[in-house]
Design a protein around this ligand. Structure first.
Ligand code: HEC
Ligand code: HEC
Length: 304
């Protein structure tokens, strides 16, 4: 009998210790300063975004939508900091992404689009699994759309891509001039040796090894990469991309070599949006190349 009681007490103590460590202590000890970039609940019309937020919670939008952009998120707008959420109680971070992240949804589409999408998602996004919210009253719909439109509107866009803080001292200690031609030339050699088999000699992500990969290597000629600064390139190259075959170059190349590479990669012309995602496309490109060759170098015909 006594043995059971001891065990039960032990389990209870463990349970409360876990609650204290994971719930109470963070609540007391974690007090981020407001960043001033959180959502601001203002509207120029009659619509009330605060009420819209309550409808968002009531309708369970957070079951499918998160409101938290992280470093590895692509194309979801500027990143967030803990201090962005100081005035948000309860916060709408969410844990699932059945639908896209909505942190910076505000202003992405006009009001009419948002409303039409809420009424019939499939009309605007064929194949969407988002349920229809056509049963919302006119006021509910108006306020919910007002809420969607303030999301992220106050977040500065320059925080879109940013290397983690621990990279700041590395950038400060950089001795290589990544804007110099000579350095880029050294980088070119390193690139041809280490990166071209996947990323392609022209940086378009279409190297010979790309064929067999499910997640294709990055295409450095996308306009998207214009916003990468040296620190962000360094971070991406050093740590690789989890879940893909991109290696962690931090383990294989010296910091100096990585800066040389950056000097070179930065120079790919970033105005294409051609993405190679199937073998067919590569075949097509090859055929186009052959066509060009054919036109400019017609097969030799013997004159009789
Ligand atoms: C069952 C999961 C689910 C629920 C619940 C849900 N959504 Fe969605 N939502 C999705 C999916 C999936 C998409 C992506 C396809 C699409 O755009 O329709 C999406 C897309 C969106 C988009 C478009 C994002 C963009 O710019 O492309 C918005 C805005 C949105 N949802 C808002 C809401 C709101 C507001 C609610 C609550 C009233 C809600 N969603 C409830 C799954 C859901
Ligand atoms: C084995 C194939 C492979 C090799 C070799 C390789 N990469 Fe990658 N790389 C990838 C893949 C796959 C991705 C992921 C693309 C994605 O996330 O969509 C990637 C992504 C990247 C990214 C991140 C791009 C972004 O969107 O932020 C950078 C930077 C990069 N590679 C640089 C390099 C450099 C520099 C080298 C050579 C030193 C190199 N890679 C060699 C396969 C490779």
């Amino acid at each position: 009998m006594r043995g059971y009681r001891l065990g039960a007490i032990g389990v209870l103590i463990l349970f409360f210790a876990a609650v204290v460590a994971t719930v109470l202590m963070p609540m007391i000890l974690f007090n981020p300063k407001p960043t001033g970039h959180g959502n601001i609940y203002v509207s120029e019309t009659k619509a009330d975004p605060i009420r819209g937020r309550q409808i968002y919670i009531r309708e369970g939008c957070f079951y499918c939508h998160s409101q938290m952009t992280r470093l590895q998120d692509r194309g979801m707008g500027p990143l967030v900091a803990a201090g962005d959420y100081c005035e948000e109680t309860p916060h709408q971070l969410g844990t699932a992404r059945t639908g896209p992240d909505l942190t910076n949804e505000g202003g992405k589409h006009p009001n009419g689009w948002q409303k039409a999408h809420l009424i019939n998602p499939r009309a605007l996004k064929p194949g969407s699994i988002m349920p229809s919210f056509s049963y919302l009253s006119i006021e509910d719909m108006r306020d919910l759309v007002a809420y969607i439109q303030i999301l992220g509107a106050n977040r500065p866009v320059e925080k879109f891509v940013q290397a983690p803080e621990e990279y700041a001292p590395i950038l400060a200690a950089k001795k290589v001039d990544t804007n110099s031609d000579a350095v880029a030339n050294v980088g070119k050699g390193l690139y041809a040796q280490n990166c071209a088999t996947c990323h392609g000699l022209t940086g378009r992500g279409n190297g010979p090894d790309a064929l067999s990969m499910e997640t294709k290597p990055a295409n450095f000629t996308r306009p998207f990469y214009k916003q990468y600064d040296d620190a962000f390139w360094y971070y991406r190259i050093s740590e690789g991309v989890p879940g893909t075959r991109m290696p962690h170059w931090g383990e294989n190349l010296t910091p100096e070599q990585r800066w040389y590479l950056i000097a070179y990669i930065k120079r790919f012309p970033q105005d294409h949006e051609e993405v190679v995602d199937s073998t067919k496309q590569i075949d097509r490109m090859q055929m186009e190349m052959e066509h060009v060759q054919h036109v400019w170098n017609p097969p030799f015909k013997e004159v009789e």
